[in-house]
Design a protein around this ligand. Structure first.
Ligand code: MOS
Length: 693
């Protein structure tokens, strides 16, 4: 009997589709009050006055929190979380007051009419490649080095037969999970209790403990169901802090949720990126030089440096290489994690530039990638634990029908459509983080698994059940899984595509230990329990380059009359270790590829520089791909048996689908039209004047 590696329906599926599953603010106690955030209407300056008195006179209003009366917070190393602590306004839309009322309607209406006066200062919100504030941070995100160099890249470029130099840009992109950021908080005898929509209850509990000067066991955070996150709930934002502040101030439970509009300004977003890429190759297309200089923005409150140039460091061999990250502080809210942070915009730039190089060198783009396969990780010299990038390309080519492709751009016409095909590679690190797990055998033959996983819609809860059933060698019906509770043993955040590998490692370890005890021990009436932690297992791992890989191929059609781009078919083939649940895995990859298509053609945060804020901040004006935009999508994965990944042999699949997807579309649009758009999204106005008649 094998459960792992086979389809298993979501254990929470029925509850979700029947509406039984409850999300954060739906789990509020009966006596909960409602809070509504009041946001700054100036992009920079300070709050001069708030007419709380008039607001408090409104029937049903219980409290108006401002920087003057909000409880004080300790420093948790993130000034975005220092809400209502001083009079400064660091960006348009920052929370400057919180109205707490008996009903949601009263809170909202009072917040909308609250009289807040400001002193305004000149602001700067525009990122440019030559912004005077650009500096080299000490590190880029996720521990990535700021800069790296191998050999002399200028010499490498000078001695190259073919050189491509181009600047690629991605706009601000907004995470929009179905469930907004939301929290219910209450205090019991000095202890803080929260139901939060988060990707990790452990980090939320730790941060809240620090902010409120509590010991970690005094904070309990649960997140039974989470309606998506895409990275934006990976670290706490202002909502849990505000809810806890308000609950403390009024002595009652408080519920707080962002509206969809607030998601564009309080939830985090992917920074706009600018990538200056220079590639040099010999006559055969072998890379002599890779140079990737990445530019992004952060806020005045916190340094956040998207690790955009990290992708290429581990991806392709080159005799010389240079990568840099520069960031500038603007009067904007702090960028945050968004699906494949770093790899996603980085791969858009690099995989586009490689396509330009393939054309310049007269080499097929798949063949070009084959010629630049490294023996070992070019950045670190570490061997790969496994690397099936070209196997992915070869299988994708078979499924797509790549062979015999005419490389000439702009020559295939089908009525009023120009037709082209494009390819890009994908890669994402295969990470794992320390986690604990508790498994209990009950005398009735059932098992209880406690693991602080968070299921943000990925199927994590189901996969943990499968891991436990597999390792215990029992039917899944006998296993009960409890997740998303900071009172459980410490669990890794649902991020970095590392959740299943991290939590599953702990569950597998605990189940193996329990099984061996059960071989010799009777299960007592109160159960037989095993608690484990994987910290030491992870420390003992070999120094290897662990990455998942993929190849994406798409067909694009461009309407010569309107510039409209459609993508009728795409193929994604991935090598991501062992696939634990094909049914949920396919959803993750499909979701990632769709998000990449959406990034390629639709998504764009439009900044009004005079106003200092986002002009589009809802799903009517910030366009995302709808069902009708997604054509035929074929997804496969290759068998992979990588023994260097931990007991599950899994690499993670949450993010790799978006990596390279936008480049594949951009490359196909170029192949269709001969027009190279280097600034996403590829909207009709960027094509229309340049299309062949
Ligand atoms: Mo993912 S953006 O690391 O949650």
């Amino acid at each position: 009997m094998s459960v792992l590696g086979h389809d298993h329906v979501r254990v929470d599926g029925r509850d979700k589709v029947t509406g039984v599953a409850r999300y954060a603010v739906e789990k509020r106690p009966d006596d909960a009050l409602h809070a509504w955030a009041v946001r700054a209407t100036v992009p920079r300056g300070r709050v001069v006055s708030v007419d709380a008195e008039s607001a408090l006179a409104v029937p049903g209003v219980v409290e108006v929190l401002t920087w003057r009366n909000a409880p004080r917070l300790q420093d948790a190393g993130d000034d975005e979380l220092q809400v209502l602590q001083d009079d400064r306004v660091a960006y348009r839309g920052q929370v400057v007051a919180l109205v707490v009322a008996e009903t949601l309607e009263v809170a909202r209406e009072t917040a909308a009419t609250l009289d807040v006066r400001y002193e305004t200062e000149p602001h700067d919100v525009g990122l440019t490649i030559d912004h005077p504030g650009l500096y080299a941070p000490e590190q880029a995100n996720a521990g990535a080095d700021t800069d790296s160099a191998r050999g002399d890249v200028e010499e490498g470029l000078a001695s190259s037969a073919h050189v491509v130099e181009a600047v690629y840009e991605t706009p601000a992109l907004f995470n929009n999970p179905m469930e907004p950021h939301a929290t219910v908080a209450w205090w019991e005898d000095g202890a803080l209790r929260m139901v939060d929509s988060t990707q990790g209850t452990t980090p939320t509990a730790q941060t809240m403990a620090t902010l409120f000067g509590l010991d970690e066991p005094q904070v309990r955070v649960t997140a039974e169901h989470v309606g998506g996150g895409f990275g934006s709930k990976g670290e706490p934002k202002a909502n849990p802090v505000l809810a806890a502040l308000a609950a403390k101030a009024v002595g009652r439970p408080v519920a707080l949720a962002w509206t969809r509009q607030m998601m564009f300004g309080l939830a985090g977003y992917r920074t706009p990126t600018i990538s200056r890429v220079r590639l040099g190759a010999d006559a055969d297309g072998r890379l002599e030089a890779i140079s990737h200089e990445a530019f992004s923005q952060t806020s005045r409150l916190k340094e956040f440096t998207e690790q955009t140039a990290e992708y290429v460091r581990h991806m392709y061999g080159s005799r010389t290489a240079l990568t840099t990250h520069r960031v500038t502080q603007l009067d904007v809210h702090t960028p945050s994690w968004m699906r494949a942070p770093g790899e996603c915009p980085g791969a858009y730039a690099i995989e586009s530039a490689l396509d330009e190089l393939a054309h310049a060198a007269g080499v097929d783009p798949v063949e070009l990638r084959r010629r630049n396969e490294p023996e070992v990780d070019p950045e670190t010299g570490a061997p790969y634990s496994s690397r099936q990038l070209m196997e992915c390309h070869d299988r994708a080519a078979e499924l797509f029908g790549w062979a015999g492709r005419d490389p000439r751009p702009g020559v295939r016409r089908d009525g009023h459509w120009l037709v082209g095909t494009g390819v890009a590679s994908s890669s994402y690190p295969a990470m794992a983080a320390p986690s604990g797990a508790r498994v209990t055998a009950r005398p009735d033959g059932t098992f209880r698994v406690g693991v602080n996983a968070t299921d943000i819609g990925t199927g994590a809860r189901t996969v943990m059940l499968q891991v436990a059933a597999e390792e215990l060698k029992v039917e899944p019906e006998r296993v009960h899984v409890h997740i998303a509770d900071s009172d459980l043993p410490h669990g890794a955040v649902a991020g970095g595509s590392s959740g299943s590998a991290s939590w599953g490692w702990a569950v597998a370890k605990a189940c193996r230990a329990l099984r061996s005890r059960m071989a010799t021990e009777r299960v007592p009436d109160d159960g037989l329990e095993v608690v484990v932690d994987t910290s030491e297992d992870l420390q003992g791992r070999a120094q290897l380059a662990r990455f998942a890989y993929g190849a994406q191929m798409v067909e694009a059609r461009v309407d010569v009359r309107t510039g409209e781009v459609v993508v009728p078919r795409s193929v994604g083939v991935f090598a991501a270790g062992r696939i634990l649940n094909p049914r949920t895995a396919r959803s993750q990859l499909l979701g990632g590829m769709t998000m990449g298509l959406s990034m390629a053609l639709h998504e764009e945060g439009l900044l009004d520089e005079r106003f200092g804020g986002w002009a589009n901040h809802d799903l009517a004006t910030y366009h995302v791909a709808a069902n009708a935009d997604v054509g035929d999508v074929t997804i496969e994965w290759l068998p992979e048996d990588d023994g260097e990944l931990g007991p599950l042999k899994a690499k993670g699949i949450g993010e790799i689908g978006i990596v390279g997807a936008a480049a594949a579309v951009a490359n196909a649009v170029w192949h269709a039209t001969g027009v190279r758009v280097r600034s996403l999204p590829i909207q009709p106005d960027k094509l229309l004047d340049r299309l062949p008649g």
